[in-house]
Design a protein around this ligand. Structure first.
Ligand SMILES: [Cu+2]
Length: 388
């Protein structure tokens, strides 16, 4: 399946390696990356103001120090002025200089205060786009709360799962590239609702100037008003475990029209996969193995590895694992319910078809030649067993 990012790049006529190359070069700069949102621009401006004042002060102070060291050196027999404090300037300089510095401080502080208020005061209103940003070990989930479709009479939010791509796919953007980016429109205020499904993470994209902790059990807000199109890269900014480095963030900032089009495409994809899952037919071994491999590599491969060898002792191998080649019921149980207290979470949010494909794959890949075929109907049965 082609990633959303690649599809989007193709639609915009931009080859993804070109997007990548540009941002890789930008990293060689010494300053912050150019802001892509109104609030980010204000923060950038304060940074520039502060840095220019600091630079001017630095030059003046070092010039005076340098001059004094050179001209008043001992070998010249320089005598210290013992009457400095008797002059008008000698008396008042220790008042005037701090007052001047304080004035500069107040100028910086008041403009920083105005911007901080803007950062904290999340705008309310009709045209606000709500995006719930959920940190997981180790991937991001983005839910577009204002965009839902109905499947089997129940509303389903348009959502995107975003995971780091493999080194081969990422190329120069190794650990900075994802399969599905966070697509956002220019010219609309966007509110992020941050939370986490497991441990502390932090959402951070420098061009948007947003950095916010994702705390399990809490929902916190930030907002942005994007003002230009482009690809902006960030990452999880809170140590969140073994693969903390492998949860990059890619924001694809697009025009409002393009965004609407993208949302419509996502809805179609969701409807198509729901229809497929609801068809109730039996699937062949080949079909399930193919789907299973794709899903396994993306969702389970980060821990159990695409080779099925795991990373013992943290993540057990599934090749030859007593559960993956043992009774099917125990296999269904650990995947549906997870194992409390470990990194193995419950995967019951996946569809019956997805789980059937993954489990069939695990039972037949890497030399696990059980020959077992798990159908979506088996998953459905196992779920109702769990509910009792
Ligand atoms: Cu994280």
């Amino acid at each position: 399946m082609q990633s959303t990012r690649k599809r989007l790049g193709a639609a915009l006529g931009i080859p993804s390696f070109a997007l990548g190359a540009r941002s890789a070069q930008a990293e060689l700069g010494v300053n912050f990356p150019p802001p892509a949102a109104g609030v980010a621009q204000e923060i950038y401006d304060i940074h520039m103001l502060t840095m220019s004042i600091a630079t001017v002060l630095l030059v003046i102070i070092f010039a005076v120090v340098g001059y004094s060291l050179y001209h008043h050196r001992k070998s010249r027999g320089y005598q210290a002025d013992q009457h400095f404090h008797e002059s008008w300037f000698g008396n008042w300089s220790w008042v005037i200089v701090p007052v001047l510095v304080l004035g500069v401080d107040l100028t910086i502080a008041s403009s920083a205060q105005r911007t901080l208020e803007k950062v904290w005061e999340v705008p309310k209103g009709e045209d606000l786009l709500d995006v719930k940003v959920i940190g997981h070990q180790w991937w991001w989930e983005y839910q577009y709360l204002d965009h839902t479709i109905e499947i089997d009479g129940a509303p389903r939010t348009v959502r995107v799962e975003s995971r780091a791509t493999t080194p081969e796919e990422a190329g120069r953007n190794y650990l900075r590239d994802v399969d599905n980016p966070l697509v956002l429109p220019v010219g609309q205020k966007i509110r992020f609702l941050h939370t986490s499904a497991d441990v502390l993470h932090a959402f951070w994209v420098p061009e948007l100037a947003v950095k916010k902790d994702a705390i399990p059990g809490y929902v916190t807000e930030t907002w942005v008003d994007l003002n230009r199109e482009g690809t902006f890269r960030g990452q999880c900014a809170e140590l969140c475990g073994t693969w903390h480095s492998r949860m990059p963030i890619v924001v694809e900032s697009v025009s409002g029209d393009r965004f609407e089009q993208w949302i419509a495409e996502q809805k179609e994809l969701m409807l198509a996969s729901a229809a497929e899952a609801a068809s109730g037919r039996d699937w062949t071994m080949e079909e399930l193995m193919e789907r299973g491999q794709g899903l396994y590599n993306v969702k389970c491969g980060s821990c159990h590895q695409v080779t099925g060898q795991g990373l013992p002792p943290a993540f057990p191998a599934l090749a030859g694992s007593p559960i993956a080649v043992g009774p099917i019921q125990a296999h269904l149980d650990i995947v549906l319910n997870g194992k409390p207290g470990t990194a193995m979470v419950a995967w019951s949010t996946l569809t019956d078809l997805e789980l059937a494909a993954i489990i069939t794959y695990e039972r037949n890949a890497w030399g696990n030649d059980t020959g077992d075929l798990v159908q979506p109907s088996d998953i459905k049965a196992a779920r109702s067993l769990v509910l009792r």
